[in-house]
Design a protein around this ligand. Structure first.
Ligand SMILES: *Cc1c(COP(=O)(O)O)cnc(C)c1O
Length: 346
């Protein structure tokens, strides 16, 4: 990997971050807070939240077996995705490389930040080759985006190829593990110390059942995390979110139960799906959703909408012609979907 200083935008490297009242007071015992122009009434919402989310990070660290300094928390993983562009990519100069198809936010953030986005098509099994990906890079490539299990295809990417990218790429590699809780594959969190150029993204939005609270996690070396901390909004994770996340972490056994039951439902749903006359093929999945090739995705999508059932039409995405992306729901929800599709006239 190149020096982090060389990978970081010069203005960001030189930046002196905004120092909030709660940054400057560093946690010594105190009971009178007259430093932040807050209202003394209406506890607890009158107080600014901890800008560094220390309590939450201290709870997440042992669960993920990483150091608290290796964690960044943001307003969804989408915040972390935007921050990697703002921290490392000079608009109009630098570029990033990503597999295609994949999660749409990588390209949206590239476009917002005026950074060239280079796509490398997956093969027919939705796998990628490190060699092809690396061939798309040049001296201005700062980031490579990988997503495993990948959205919208559902499959894990080949581990060996990911490791080759981590070994051979001189810039930063983002491995988005939003769906890792549903997969048997080991997380790349265990490889953080081995790869200084690795950034792992995870989220409370999927297996943790907390999409509404907007809480995403990025894990990386503490040097990379300090760059994020420098440019994030001072109070980027609000108090209600921090409190709810702490509550959820105490209830983590529920998450295990949800995952187990969703995986059982996934098997049942797919077994039924492949017998539907309107279904051509279901692709292998390691996530809480699957991609299904249908006789006519647009027609079936519209038909389902007419019955109040919403799935994701991916027919306009690369390599996904006539594919619907189906999220696994509760058993009754999945039954409603199956019943509707059985009644669809091909
Ligand atoms: C859902 C999803 C996320 C989660 O984004 P949040 O902002 O944390 O809700 C991240 N990456 C991928 C690939 C996703 O599908």
């Amino acid at each position: 990997m190149k020096e982090l200083k060389e990978l970081t935008r010069p203005n960001i490297w030189a930046l002196k971050p905004y120092s909030s009242a709660r940054d400057e007071y560093n946690g010594a015992e105190a009971s009178v807070f007259l430093d932040a122009n807050e209202n003394p009434y209406n506890t607890p919402n009158n107080r600014y939240p901890d800008p560094m989310q220390r309590e939450l990070k201290n709870m997440i660290a042992p669960i993920k077996q990483v150091d608290p300094d290796a964690i960044f928390l943001g307003n969804g993983s989408d915040e972390a995705i935007d921050l990697v562009y703002r921290a490392f990519c000079t608009p109009g100069v630098d570029n990033v490389v990503a597999i295609d198809p994949t999660y749409g936010m990588y390209q949206v953030c590239a476009d917002v930040n005026d950074v060239e986005y280079r796509k490398v098509l997956l093969d027919e099994n939705y796998q990628f080759s490190a060699e092809k990906l690396l061939a798309a890079t040049d001296e201005h490539t700062k980031l490579i985006f990988l997503c495993s299990p990948n959205n919208p295809t559902g499959n894990n990417l080949d581990r060996k190829e990911i490791k080759t990218v981590l070994d051979d790429f001189q810039g930063l590699v983002i491995v988005d593990e939003a769906y890792a809780d549903f997969s048997d594959a080991p997380s790349f969190l265990a490889d953080l110390e081995r790869y200084p150029n690795l950034i792992v993204l995870q989220t409370f939005s999927k297996a943790w059942g907390c999409a509404a609270i907007r809480l995403g996690m990025a894990f990386a070396s503490k040097e990379i995390i300090s760059v994020f901390s420098k440019i994030k909004y001072p109070y980027n994770v609000n108090l209600l979110t921090q409190k709810e996340a702490v509550t959820m972490l105490h209830r983590h056994y529920e998450v295990d139960r949800w995952v187990k039951s969703l995986l059982e439902e996934r098997t049942r749903l797919i077994n039924e799906f492949v017998t539907l006359p309107c279904c051509r093929k279901v692709y292998p999945t390691d996530a809480n959703f699957f991609l299904a090739k249908m006789s006519d995705a647009k027609k079936i999508y519209d038909y389902l909408v007419g019955r109040g059932i919403i799935v994701r039409n991916r027919t306009n995405v690369s390599l996904c012609r006539d594919c619907l992306r189906i999220t696994v729901g509760t058993r009754p929800e999945n039954d409603i979907l199956l019943e509707a599709l059985r009644n669809f006239e091909v």
